[in-house]
Structure formats: C-alpha cells, structure tokens
Design a binder for this molecule. Sequence first.
Ligand code: DC
Length: 224
Amino acid sequence: MQIAIDGPAGAGKSTVAKLVAERLGFIYIDTGAMYRALTYLVLQKDADPYDEENVYTIQQEMDLQLLPAADATSCRVLVNGEDVSEKIRHPDVGKAVSVVSSHGRVRWAMVALQQELASGCNVVMDGRDIGTTVLPKAELKIFLSASVEERAKRRLAELVQKGHRLTLEAVIADIKKRDHIDSTRAISPLRMAEDAVEIDTTDLSVDQVVEEILALVVRRENRV
Ligand code: DC
C-alpha cells in the first residue's frame, strides 16, 4: 500500500507521516529532505541556486542515502557519506530550497529516484507532489493544510528548540514566500490531487490527525 501525504510547509506532514508509518510498520520517505540535502550541497559548494544546469550537475554527482534512524520514526540523511540530518533543517537551507526544487531537470531526476525508492514497498511518502506526480496511483492520498499563522508558530517552535533566533513575523513571511514559489512553479506545483482527502490540522493535535489517517487506511483496506 502506498500512502501519499502532501501539503504546504508547516502543515505537520513529516511528524504525522512518521507516526503513521510507525503504526503501520511501513517505510517512511521524506521527499522534502531529499530536496533539502541537494540544497545543502549547492550552498556548501557556493553555487547559485538559480543556475539550473549547475544544480543539476551537483545532483548527478551527489550520493544521497536515506537511512532509518535508531528510533525507527525518522530517517537519517547522508550526503556523500556525511550525516546532514540536522544541517538540512538550517534556515539558510529553508530559504534556498524552493528555488532549487523548482528546476525541471532536478525535479524529474528526484521524482524518478522517489518512485524507485517506493516501488514494491508499503510506504508513507510526504512532500508536495506525491499524490499528483510521484505516486499518482497511491491507494490513499492525504492533503494536510493549516492556517499560515498556525504553520508559522509550529515552524518557529521547532527552530527555537534548535537554538535559532527568529521572530514569528519573519517565519510568516518566509512561509508565505515558500507557499508562493511552491504553488506557482511551472513543474508539478503544490496542488491537492483530485482524489485526495483534505485534513485541516489548524485545530487538531498530532494524535488526532494520525488517528484520522489510520481510520482512512482501514476504510480503504475494507474497500479492497
Ligand atoms: O517539506 P519540507 O519543508 O522539508 O520541503 C522543503 C522544500 O522542498 C519545500 O519548500 C518544497 C520542496 N519540495 C518539493 O518541491 N517537492 C516535494 N515532493 C517535497 C519538497
């Protein structure tokens, strides 16, 4: 069974997707982490995120590994052998990742890799274009949404916990900018698949969202 979870930044996708995967014993694939890993490498090489050709070359040379972490609810991200799991969450990576992930050649290569990772597996995959492009035949498609303010508050809490000092206004501005780039890019923009179930998580706890998705899984299984 393939479960696709899409939605904008801060809607709670990765937290929820990890827990759903754990409860079902499925593999979890964080596609945002894959774009973030590439962005980290682009910045490390002092390359221009807007230079599609160069970004694509860096991607072709990149050795990317997603390894399950010890607690089985997250995965470690290795780029050319270096564990960058924490570094890819840095705000600088967050600022540049929408540009890096907007390039067509980069996306097609990444989508092919994601499809390969998911093939033949029971998988929960989260991202922006999973239900529409990466796994269009997924048995269950979820679109998580939440108000911009709520998403910014969640993102800020995460960043503060990691020692970054940012204001809520700055995070709101950043999220709005990323929403705009992610949803207006020419190639597989952030969009809800026609057969997706939308869950507005603004006033829901993580557990409530997880239970709602698990109930949908049971309903899908009973339908088969
Ligand atoms: O989910 P995240 O915030 O870690 O994603 C980081 C960025 O990667 C996000 O701004 C858009 C991009 N992304 C994408 O374009 N397609 C995906 N399937 C996943 C992420």
